[in-house]
Design a protein around this ligand. Structure first.
Ligand code: HEM
Length: 144
């Protein structure tokens, strides 16, 4: 990611953070539209799940300059997801759902440059999680 992209992510996250509940609600709503079968995998409290995801995003944005800090956490998260049987195409749908959510919340601030910057963040998270040492599938960027 370029320094400009990091600034765009940090800049837009200031607003997104104030609307965390909405961001997470929209993301999972869209994910379950795209991947209805994944809904039954979520067995815990969805409100808690949403908080965990948003906490993860806060940590990811805070560590844009220190990807090595994040790596052990992402490998661990990847292993948890692997144990649920999450597949590559589901990561693609999750990314699509996230872009939908960001676009809805940011409105006109979701410019093509902002979108590209967030896609880079997502791709980094998803590929580090999914392409951990127990895997050799690759993760693709969500399409528009
Ligand atoms: C970059 C992408 C993703 C991130 C950052 C992420 C993040 C998280 C986090 C932080 C947790 C909580 C783990 C814990 O309790 O310790 C979690 C759990 C979970 N995630 Fe993800 N996730 C991602 C992608 C996905 C995808 C693609 C799916 C499937 C469609 C998925 C399904 C689940 C499920 C089923 C759980 C467990 C829920 C439960 O405990 O009931 N995640 N995820």
């Amino acid at each position: 990611m370029t320094p400009k992209q990091k600034d765009l992510v940090r800049g837009t996250f200031t607003l997104l953070e104030t609307k965390k509940e909405i961001v997470a609600d929209l993301l999972y709503k869209k994910l379950f539209e795209l991947e209805p079968k994944t809904q039954s995998l979520f067995r815990g409290d969805m409100q808690e799940q949403k908080r965990k995801l948003m906490r993860m995003l806060v940590i990811a944005v805070e560590n844009l300059d220190n990807p090595e800090e994040l790596r052990p956490m992402l490998f661990n998260l990847g292993q948890i997801h692997h144990s649920f049987g999450i597949e590559g195409h589901q990561f693609t749908s999750f990314g699509e759902a996230m872009m939908f959510s960001l676009k809805t919340v940011l409105g006109k601030d979701f410019t093509p440059d902002v979108e590209d910057a967030w896609k880079s963040v997502y791709l980094h998270l998803a590929s580090t999680m999914h392409n951990h040492p127990h895997h050799d599938e690759t993760v693709q960027l969500p399409h528009n």
